[in-house]
Design a protein around this ligand. Structure first.
Ligand code: BDR
Ligand code: CA
Length: 313
């Protein structure tokens, strides 16, 4: 199986993605690293430990990530109105018994990349601070990490924090820009793709009736996520951002991609905007765009196949 590390801010859709990974024989989860985003980092770590306890997988280490952005200059924004104050649908679960390992997330990422050069895929489901820190810690990280699959950005469509920015990129735009131009083998899945991947109310009802290992738990935490989508998007369903991105690790052929340079706007009202330049026109003199390494940006998705995998697993 493919070795993966999930960098996460759980988060209802993060919970789905984590369980999906644990149910996927194609993947071996080396660890979870945590980051602020949907909730602050301390709570992300508690939630990651809690989810592994629910899954009976306390053998998987959790490494706590950064509590601040890469420049330590950005006020954090949490999404309690999407995921609940606790990040998991306001269910007041008891605190986990386990503890994170004695290693910061970025150190864990660097260590695993050195242990298995070229073999580790990071699936990044929150702001990209830990990955950017790993790049700063080890100048060889971009080449030693096998792949980085990112849920982030909105290409040619509006964001979800504001018209410009998607939440994970908005959470730490400077870190995101560093990762996109790091030269690592990066796949980016943005809202332009994940807004096509919807779990419907009918799917949820089917889950509620099923005896699947995680079905009842996920139905228990998902109500607030459904109401948020109803209020904000007027849809009777929820976007599967993080699970869809995890599927790009399981079966990349369910997506098509375009290749180009991605940069992140870091100032002004469009702070957090992701801009893709796929070199259809030459801008010879503009090296900040033209001489940077490219990434793969997901453009289409086989949404029914992705939803089916999520439901089955
Ligand atoms: C992304 O932001 C978080 O709220 C979700 O978990 C997902 O990773 C969607 O913009
Ligand atoms: Ca997330």
């Amino acid at each position: 199986p493919k070795k993966i590390i999930i960098d996460t801010d759980p988060g209802i859709d993060d919970a789905m993605a984590i369980f999906l990974a644990l149910q996927s024989p194609e993947l071996e989860v080396l660890g979870l690293t945590t980051i602020f985003g949907n909730v602050y980092t301390t709570l992300s770590t508690k939630n990651a430990l809690h989810l592994l306890e629910i899954a009976g997988r306390t053998d998987i280490p959790v490494a706590e990530g950064s509590h601040v952005t890469i420049t330590n200059g950005t006020k954090l924004r949490v999404a309690d109105f999407v995921h609940g104050n606790d990040g998991l649908g306001n269910q007041n679960f008891p605190p986990p018994n386990g503890k994170p390992i004695d290693q910061a997330a970025a150190v864990f990422l660097v260590e695993q990349a050195n242990l298995y050069p070229g073999e580790v895929t990071v699936v990044a489901l929150g702001p990209l601070t830990n990955i950017a820190l790993a790049l700063q810690l080890d100048s060889g990280f971009a080449k030693k990490i096998g792949k980085i699959i990112i849920l982030g950005g909105a290409f040619f469509v509006n964001g979800n924090v504001n018209p410009a920015a998607e939440a994970n990129i908005f959470g730490d735009p400077e870190a995101a820009d560093m990762v996109f131009i790091s030269g690592a083998d990066v796949i980016v899945v943005g809202l332009n793709v994940t807004h096509q991947v919807v779990l419907t109310e009918a799917d949820r009802d089917k889950l509620a009736r099923s005896n699947g290992k995680f079905a009842k738990y996920l139905c228990q935490i998902m109500d607030i996520y459904f109401s948020y989508h109803k209020d904000s998007y007027e849809i009777k369903g929820v976007y599967l951002h993080d699970p869809a991105t995890l599927i790009a690790a399981v079966d990349p052929t369910l997506f098509t991609y375009t290749e180009g340079v991605v940069r992140v706007q870091t100032t002004g009202i469009s702070r957090g905007l992701t801009i893709l330049y796929n070199k259809q026109k030459r801008f010879g003199e503009v090296s900040e765009w033209c001489d940077k390494p490219t990434v793969k940006v997901a453009i289409t998705v086989d949404a029914p196949a992705v939803v089916k995998l999520v439901m089955d697993r």
